[in-house]
Design a protein around this ligand. Structure first.
Ligand code: DAH
Length: 367
């Protein structure tokens, strides 16, 4: 008797593994087959009742387990089926309100880049573009980096093989900064100056246009990728060349930018620095907007955070591009878009900007 019961239990266990139904009716049929009064599992209990006492102790748990297994599986199938039916009904309901369309969000770097461009376009700057694959001349040489100048070591450069397998020496490289666009723009502007027919007095010559450009773009550096550094990032370069451009003009333009970008209470501070292509050079800090300049963990207790490099275009740079440095002067500045975005949105890990994780990007939907 108990042997027979054992066979039945094993057969039903195997059947429990393979329960399958496509419709609610099929689920109900399974319930009837196994769990109704005359169902296979219920009949098992009839067999069980007829067992001797000690055998009951041996088989009781198995029979109960089997019953519970069928009950819970059939319950789950019924719930799945109801959900499926509801989904179909929902989809087929032509009167329902349509699902809202998931609109994409602007990338935070695009938002910030456009904000920078908007701010400077209000004071006459226009956007200029340049190549990402450059030559040494435009990225370093004409920007006053002497061949053995230690400043070249400031930037680890990706060189591009001219012929497959032939590495250095090559003068083709991925630009390490958008200052290279300055070089192209100044050469172009110098050519226009030469071909102009008037005497190029800004006040009297209608064809004279000062050079006032903003160069947004991607730059590349041979750095290990981490939360604080990446092998590519974005910069916006600014350049203004005209007669009588002064450091005061630079300071005023940057103060205007800082207040527009970070709020009217923002203060700026210029610290002397060094760049080969500007003289004098400076780094600009803004007052920390987290602590209002009092000093906090974010600004390392100083009350200031660095945001860009700037300076007066070095006369050597003007001359190398064909501009008479005795007649014209200019200022330049360059900033990292990720740096500005970090300050605005407090993004702690740089890698988030290029990983395209929608959970990160969705947070900028309302910006
Ligand atoms: N090119 C510099 C860099 O990548 C940034 C910079 C500093 C640009 C000073 C400028 C400038 O135009 O005047 O670090």
């Amino acid at each position: 008797m108990s042997e027979l019961l054992k066979d039945k239990i094993e057969r039903l266990r195997a059947e429990a593994q393979n329960l399958h139904a496509n419709t609610a009716e099929e689920v109900e049929a399974l319930r009837q087959k196994y769990l109704s009064k005359k169902g296979d599992v219920s009949l098992l209990f009839e067999d069980f009742k007829a067992l001797a006492k000690e055998q009951k102790a041996q088989w009781g748990a198995s029979v109960n387990q089997l019953k519970q297994q069928f009950e819970s599986q059939i319950k789950q199938m019924r719930e799945d089926m109801e959900a499926k039916v509801q989904t179909i009904a929902y989809k087929e309901d032509l009167t329902r309100t349509p699902d809202s369309i998931g609109l994409g969000a602007r990338h935070p770097l695009s938002l910030v880049r456009e904000q920078i461009i908007n701010i400077f376009s209000r004071i006459g700057f226009t956007v200029a573009d340049g190549p990402e694959v450059e030559d040494d001349k435009h990225v370093f040489g004409m920007l006053n980096f002497a061949p053995e100048h230690p400043a070249r070591d400031m930037q680890d450069t990706f060189f591009v093989e001219k012929e497959e397998g032939v590495q250095k020496p090559t003068d083709i490289l991925l630009r390490t900064h958008t200052s290279s666009v300055q070089t192209h723009a100044m050469i172009q502007w110098a050519k226009q100056l030469q071909s102009a027919t008037c005497n190029l007095q800004p006040a009297t010559c209608e064809t004279f246009q000062p050079l006032r450009i903003l160069c947004p773009g991607r730059v590349f550096r041979n750095e290990a990728i981490s939360a604080r550094a990446h092998c590519f990032f974005h910069q916006v370069e600014g350049l203004y060349v005209d007669k009588n451009v002064s450091f005061a003009d630079l300071r005023q333009a940057l103060l205007y930018f800082a207040k527009e970008m970070f709020g009217p209470d923002t203060q700026i501070r210029l610290r002397p620095s060094y760049f080969p292509f500007t003289e004098p050079s400076a780094e600009m800090d803004i007052s920390c907007d987290l602590c209002g300049g009092k000093g906090c963990a974010f600004c390392k207790g100083t009350g200031w955070v660095e945001i860009l490099g700037c300076g007066m275009v070095d006369p050597n740079v003007l001359e190398s591009c064909g501009i008479d440095s005795k007649v014209y002067s200019g200022y330049a500045f360059g900033m990292g878009v990720e740096r500005i975005a970090n300050l605005k949105y407090r993004v702690k890990d740089l890698r988030l900007f290029s990983e395209n994780d929608v959970r990160f990007l969705e947070q900028f939907e309302s910006c």
